[in-house]
Structures are given as C-alpha cells and as structure tokens.
Design a protein around this ligand. Structure first.
Ligand SMILES: O=C[C@H](O)COP(=O)(O)O
Length: 219
C-alpha cells in the first residue's frame, strides 16, 4: 500500500489541526473568506465542489495565498471531480464518501486524500486504500461518544472530525482523539460573508486557530 505519512500537507494538517470549509458562497464572498482566514492564521482551506465556481475559487486562492496556506477541494465524489480539482490546483482532496478511484488517483498524483467515512469498515477501507487520514463524518450527528469508541480499535488511523464543530465543542473532539477537525458554518457564518466583513472573519478564524493549536496537555 502506498501511503504518504510524510507529506508536507499532512504534516500541516497534524500541526494546525483544522481545515476551514467553504460551501455555497459567491466569488466576492470567497475573497472575503480567503482574506479573513489567512489573516486569522488558517493554514488549510477547502472549497467544496458543489459551490458554483469552486474550481475558479481554488485557482484564485492558490495564486493569492501560495506559501501561506494549502488549498484543497471538498465534496470530491468521483474520479472526474478529482481530476478537475487537481487541474485547478487543489493540494488535497476531501470527500464525504470513500471512492477507491478518487483515492488511487490522488496517490498517483502525490496528493493527500482524506475520504469521508462513518463506520469502522469504511474507515479501515479508506485507510487501507492509502488515505493519509480519514474524515469522520457527519460528526454533528454521530457525537463525541462515537469518536471515542471508534478510536479504541482504530487508534492507528488519523481521524479528522467534521460536521457540527463549534468554538464551544472543538476541544472535546481533540480530547476524544481527533487528529484534526473540519469546520464550515460555525467558522464562516453566511451573514458575515454577505456583509464582506473581513475583520470579523479574521477574528473568528484566529479564535478557532488558537483553539485548535496543540497545548502541552495534548497527547
Ligand atoms: O463537509 C463538511 C461539512 O459541510 C461541514 O459541516 P459544518 O458546517 O457543520 O462545520
């Protein structure tokens, strides 16, 4: 099995411990989001492919924030979408599902792929196929207890908890064993993006970055 445990993007994920997710935003809002996230210290940013103009946003963020953040594609459901995302410059691929063709393609391209899985069988299948981490989704519905139980037999697999992560519960996910979290709506509220308030995005992003940062008590 090919695995990329030493990739720079994975190291960044394990160090920053958070990925900012944008979904369903406009081009103007992507500019506001990008500027605020970067200013707030976010180092991994994902545009979901079910966002109109997602590929342009990935291209735009890549050229605007090169060297400051890694930009990836989310909601990569199949091989065709994976190819488009990589063509646009995506540096990592995230999915809500486990698709072997997407994983194989990412490995061929030397790009990290973090498929979304819920059950132990799906999680192990994704990892055995070569994913460098697995997105545990949807955490908002599964709950912290689920993550804790899954970690017991699967503590060799880095799990990125995604769905329902807020500033109020983010610490619980790390305590339960998440290697990182994916954060969408609570990090980038629609109203803030609609008003173009870069400072508000920056402030919120900085609070999440600080909450995700490793402390001495972390394992
Ligand atoms: O795919 C990930 C989710 O869209 C993020 O969920 P969230 O908005 O609850 O953070």
């Amino acid at each position: 099995m090919k695995r990329m445990h030493t990739s720079q993007v994975l190291q960044e994920l394990l160090s920053a411990r958070m990925v900012a997710i944008v979904r369903g935003i406009t081009r103007d809002q992507a500019r506001t989001a990008g500027e605020g996230l970067i200013a707030g210290g976010v180092r991994l940013m994902e545009v979901t492919l079910n966002t109109d103009g997602a590929l342009h946003m990935i291209e735009g963020w890549r050229s605007a924030y090169d060297g400051r953040a890694h930009v990836g594609a989310g909601t990569v459901l199949n091989l065709a979408m994976a190819k488009e995302a990589v063509q646009a410059g995506a540096q990592f691929l995230i999915s809500p599902n486990v698709d072997q063709a997407v994983i194989s393609f990412a490995l061929e391209q030397g790009i990290d792929v973090w498929p979304g899985a819920m059950t132990p069988t799906e999680i192990v299948a994704a990892y055995e196929a070569g994913a460098s981490a697995v997105k545990l989704f949807p955490m908002g519905s599964l709950g912290i207890g689920y993550l804790k139980e899954i970690r017991a037999p699967l503590d060799h697999i880095p799990l990125m908890a995604t769905g329902g992560v807020t500033i109020g519960n983010i610490a619980d996910y790390f305590e339960a064993g998440a290697c990182a979290v994916g954060i969408g709506s609570s990090l980038l509220p629609k109203a803030e993006l609609e008003s173009g308030n870069v400072e508000a995005v920056q402030e919120r992003a900085a609070a999440f970055v600080q909450a995700a940062a490793r402390t001495e008590t972390d394992k």
